[in-house]
Design a protein around this ligand. Structure first.
Ligand code: M7G
Length: 343
């Protein structure tokens, strides 16, 4: 539903009546016949993920289509190891044999994410690019990041659709409706909702005045503790996964500036769990307990993709520019390749 209200200019086309009538490509979408690949955005052999930009029959707007190989489960092991799995030999040498296997289609499904209409930001997000490291001081936050957000941030209609039960209502795992400390917990778009090894849920806070980690201070501790306690309890109850097997964290920078918390399995190397992106919820609570305005005073380091307009803004502020081009560090502005100063 993201982009609701912005899915606009649709061509007349008899084969694409649904899109033309509703503006929503997901209505009755049962195969990918309407899509034609216009660009391979990313082909990641490690994550076994392929992201494509696609033209869509009946629409002038492009789509981003992401294919991911799904994880194996213990349950499927027996079914794969059977005569239903055809083999094609690549080679064998002594005791070693190499084959391509073709299990039943039901055991070989792909996770497919379709984003339509896709904006330039979506296309950038899924395009392979180099990144720069930014050590964001409070000064850079107010002078660069906040200015950037005024002009450019991802549409968060999908968040309001969830909070108002217009989308994904049946997927909600836990909901607390308290205005200040409430949140909705549900499976993340990135999760198939079944495979516990790749468990991924997201808790979206009800209040709409918190954009990111940077806004958090002592008065929000009850909200953060509530998300931790009720979120981990709900996951234990529904999926049998205890808190000590969960990685619970914020992204900084997030893609969507409405405060939310990621819950993933520690067995899963989820995208965005690396240093320079993930901030564990218990550590965030502890930092604020120690220093109520920690996140207004801290330098927060993260990576920005080179093609992102934010990288250009930081470059204009002397951050992330090449060594030879960079101006001398001004107060509070650190070069991207330096470590944060000790406070
Ligand atoms: P983020 O840190 O802002 O972005 O997290 P990123 O991790 O994508 O860089 C937003 C989280 O919300 C991500 O984990 C997304 O996969 C998830 N998400 C995004 N959308 C558009 C949806 C959605 O429509 N439904 C659900 N359930 N999750 C979403």
């Amino acid at each position: 539903m993201e982009g609701q209200g912005s899915a606009k200019k649709f061509k007349k086309d008899n084969d694409a009546e649904t899109i033309i009538a509703t503006g929503d490509i997901h209505q009755g979408l049962e195969d990918l016949g309407k899509f034609t690949c216009s660009q391979v955005l990313k082909d990641d052999p490690t994550k076994k993920m392929l992201a494509l930009r696609a033209d869509v029959k009946g629409s002038v707007n492009p789509a981003v289509v992401i294919f991911e190989k799904t994880a194996f489960s213990e349950g499927s092991a027996k079914e794969i190891l059977s005569s239903a799995t055809a083999l094609k030999k690549t080679f064998h040498n002594d005791i070693y044999g190499n084959y391509t296997g073709f299990p039943k289609p039901e055991l070989n499904g792909l996770k497919v994410t379709v984003i339509h209409p896709a904006t330039d930001k979506h296309i950038d997000k899924y395009t392979a690019q180099e990144s720069i490291l930014v050590n964001e001081t409070p000064k850079l936050y107010s002078e660069v990041l906040l200015e950037h957000l005024k002009e450019s941030s991802m549409n968060i209609q999908w968040v309001y659709n969830i909070l108002e039960h217009r989308s994904e209502a049946g997927r909600i795992v836990c909901e607390d409706t308290a205005p200040e400390t409430g949140f909705v917990l549900l499976p993340d778009l990135k999760w198939d909702g079944r495979t516990l090894e790749t468990l991924y849920l997201v808790a979206i806070v009800r209040r709409r005045d918190l954009r990111s980690l940077r806004d958090l201070r002592a008065e929000h501790l009850p909200l953060l503790r509530n998300i931790w306690t009720k979120g981990t309890e709900a996951i234990k109850e529904k999926y049998g996964v205890p808190a000590w097997q969960l990685r619970v964290y914020f992204h900084y920078q997030p893609s969507y500036y409405h405060l939310h918390v990621h819950f993933t399995s520690v067995r899963f190397d989820a995208p965005g769990t690396h240093v320079g992106k993930a901030h564990l919820l218990p550590s965030v609570i502890s930092n604020i307990e120690l220093l109520p305005d920690y996140y207004q005073r801290a330098t927060l380091s993260y990576f920005v993709r080179c093609g992102d307009p934010l990288a250009a803004r930081f470059a204009r502020a002397g951050v992330g520019a090449r060594e030879a081009d960079a101006p001398p560090p001004a107060d509070g502005v650190q070069k991207s390749d330096s470590l944060p100063e000790e406070r």
